[in-house]
Design a protein around this ligand. Sequence first.
Ligand code: NAP
Ligand code: HSE
Length: 439
Amino acid sequence: MELEPIKVGLLGLGTVGAGCVNLLKDNAEEIERRAGRKIQITHAAVRDLSKERPCDTSGIRMTANPMEVVEDPEVKVVLELIGGDEEAFDLVMAAIDSGKHVVTANKHLIALRGNEIFAAADEKDRVVHFEAAVAGGIPIIRAIREGLAANTIEWLAGIINGTGNYILTQMSNEGETFADALAEAQRLGYAEADPTFDVEGIDAAHKLAILASIAFGIPLSFDKISTDGISKIADEEIQFAEEMGYRIKHLGIARRNDRGVELRVHPTLVSDQALLASVEGEKNAVMVYGDAVGPTVYYGAGAGAGPTASAVIADLIDIVRIVSADASGRVPHLAFQPDQLSESPIVDSDDFFCGHYFRIQVADEPGVMARITGLLAQFGVSIEHILQKDPENAGDDALVIIVTKPVREGLLMQALEHIQQEAFAREGTVHLRVAQFDD
Ligand code: NAP
Ligand code: HSE
């Protein structure tokens, strides 16, 4: 017997929402074959009803009141694609309350309010899927939650913000300015409504909170993530790093160490031979190390209409399958059973363990280099690379650029503090971290 089409309500018809309408239309036949029945977008809420949409809205009831969509008894699944963590939260909770399943691409919402949302969904026996919230079109949540479920995950690291990676790539390959590259990322639909989320690392931290929770079975811990963005990366850093065989990538890193879990998001030097170094433009890549499987890598488009819609619609198909069959066997939202979350401490940045890059301007005098290397040695910091440059418009000063071997961050910081207190040291030391992965 043929099942009735399932009716879906859309909240938001911007880059991702319109991408979803187009994808459902373009691949309707294939999607129906996978889902087992037709899927119809019947309702859509937007802010501005007069705006032209890059998709066919015929047959869709348009409204400027999203609650109307959420409360309509015809709608069985709500796709939340408006963003933010306030109105979106109220809408998602109302949707769950009125018995609807939810798909969201909103990492901000999941990272900050996921615990409340999942509890409400469990209470009502509803599904909330959020594959598109992390790494756009890459099915990284399913990979960790299901594909790697037999492993103890030791670490994961990746490029998880498409806008940031696009900007760094354009600066490095095309010599574009930061501002121009950001404007282009916005035009292409990669950036968040507030692009400071992209360039200050907040968006990546939202995503890392979700990945770490799924990987390690810890509560969503956005506020404990050490977060730094790319906005302060100067052209010189890109150039000096490249001279020493590195590329600067903005990474999210979650790693178990003997004191707990490191959670950090920051610009990072990676060897130009490393896999992550070759990830360019809006592409994302996530490496996940499981104790049984070893290193695994997931690569693809991390932002944009098509890739994000790919993940949203896959979630929708999964829900349609559940609705059409039996919901009891579904996978827990954060991979682990809700009562099985552990309280692993999130370690302080002093206990991070990695290599470091720093650039310091110094008086170009005899003995300065020896004093710097001596202080590093005193704190147990070994040097991997060292470079001296003459800065422009800085008289007799020199620039010393050093890449260290991996060391506990607290020790490096103490050494750096001592170096900065020396009379030869000028203000404005630049510090970045270096990552090394067994890929
Ligand atoms: P967008 O282009 O700005 O679209 C947002 C849509 O939501 C617009 O159609 C807007 O209406 C509508 N909207 C906003 N507030 C509303 C309200 N109060 N009531 C009704 N409609 C409202 O954003 P987007 O890029 O599609 O992103 C949507 C979500 O997906 C965000 O959570 C984002 O983080 C996430 N995401 C985006 C990407 C990407 O590549 N863009 C990738 C992964 C995840 P109007 O059009 O009338 O203004
Ligand atoms: N602004 C986000 C990014 C969208 O650039 O990665 C995808 O989550």
